[in-house]
Design a protein around this ligand. Structure first.
Ligand SMILES: Cc1ncc(COP(=O)(O)O)c(C=O)c1O
Length: 362
């Protein structure tokens, strides 16, 4: 049983900034003199509306979201967007381009194929999703309504190092790297993210959408899945995930205090370069993703044998470095080092790995 907080390398839900958790704890029973917890508030109350508006304003400012784009706070996880996107953007008998660089992009492409024609514009499956295809390799179709890609592949540990240049609206799943670096939102038709990595507890999906794209949903689209309806109702067509939105506000306060997205990027580079440079010099560990395609958020790696991997994960867990086991579909190890992971947590993990390596060579 842990008596202190551990270094939690989970891919999601994952670590949240301690200051956000502490503020939530302090405000749990009586939010700002309202006499109730945010959990107990009507989403139609003035106090809650104040929270909601301030979180939206903070996100708009932190991500420099232009006025052309709307912020939506939805439910259904990132996965519901796999269906919402084609239902709202493809049109009848439409077509879309998908880059398949991992299993979440693959699931999104398969879901989209239920509503129209999907062109696989690129796939990294030939090398077990260890790389990101180059711009020159994208096979774009002339009739696509949009281009879809997953900016960071949580399971395989790869991340797009460039923004694809296409003539149609860009749609991106940023579930596992949103808020980790500045992004030019004006280049995108839709950015979306399940909140449970860099934003808030699980249960909230943030969608940032160019308003010009809304209003073209297929007639069968459920109202709950219409971007237009959600824009018109400011995400309150029904009860939104109230508490998670409040938590996002506390996380954004922390991001702002640290210096915003430029500071997040500096920290993520510090954390990830420390781990990758150790892995590249190691005799018993190796990084899975190809240099140039490596994720700054999810570092996937292997040891020389499955036995050594099991031993490593067990000893690391006992030492307070938890959730380092790779995704069940790929095996190996994965250190998810999102915004809230302190640099010191990675320093200590690298030291632990060095010591582990020395012991195994002794
Ligand atoms: C990149 C990415 N997309 C989509 C998902 C699915 O998210 P959800 O479980 O919120 O549907 C995940 C989950 O980890 C993810 O990492």
């Amino acid at each position: 049983m842990a008596t202190e907080r551990v270094y939690n390398f989970s891919a999601g839900p994952s670590m949240l900034p301690e200051s956000a958790l502490r503020t939530a704890a302090e405000e749990m029973l009586n939010y700002h003199g309202s006499g109730m917890s945010v959990m107990e508030m009507s989403h139609r109350s003035g106090v809650y509306q104040g929270i909601f508006d301030s979180v939206k304003a903070k996100l708009k400012s932190v991500m420099s979201i232009p006025d052309s784009h709307e912020i939506l706070f939805l439910q259904g996880g990132a996965s519901l967007q796999f269906s919402m996107i084609p239902m709202n953007l493809m049109g009848e008998h439409g077509q879309a381009d998908y880059a398949v660089t991992g299993n979440f992009a693959d699931s999104a492409a398969k879901e989209a194929a239920k509503y129209g024609a999907v062109n696989i514009a690129a796939s990294s499956e030939d090398k077990n999703h260890t790389y990101i295809p180059a711009q020159s390799e994208l096979k774009l179709s002339p009739d696509a309504k949009y281009f879809y890609y997953c900016a960071n592949n949580t399971i395989y540990g790869t991340e797009w190092g460039y923004v694809p240049e296409v003539k149609v609206p860009l749609v991106s799943d940023m579930s596992s790297n949103i808020l980790s670096k500045p992004v030019d939102v004006s280049k995108y038709g839709i950015i979306y993210a399940g909140a449970q990595k860099n934003m808030a507890p699980a249960g909230l999906t943030v969608v940032i959408i160019d308003r010009a794209l809304a209003g073209n949903e297929l007639p069968i689209t459920p109202l709950m899945m219409s971007y237009k309806r959600m824009i018109d109702k400011d995400s309150m067509y029904n009860t939104p995930p109230c508490y998670n939105i409040y938590m996002l506000g506390l996380v954004l306060d922390w991001v702002i205090e640290q210096g915003g997205l430029a500071a997040m990027q500096k920290l993520r580079d510090e954390r990830s370069s420390m781990l990758y440079s150790f892995l590249d010099g190691s005799d018993i560990f190796r990084a899975c993703a190809e240099p140039g395609s490596r994720s700054g958020m999810n570092v996937t790696f292997r040891a020389k044998s499955p036995e050594l991997e099991a031993e490593f994960v067990k000893e690391a867990t006992a030492a307070g470095f938890v959730n380092l086991k790779g995704h069940r579909s790929v095996g190996g190890m994965r250190a998810s080092i999102y915004n809230a992971m302190p640099v010191e947590g990675v320093e200590k993990l690298v030291q632990f790995m060095k010591d582990f390596e020395v012991k195994r060579h002794a």
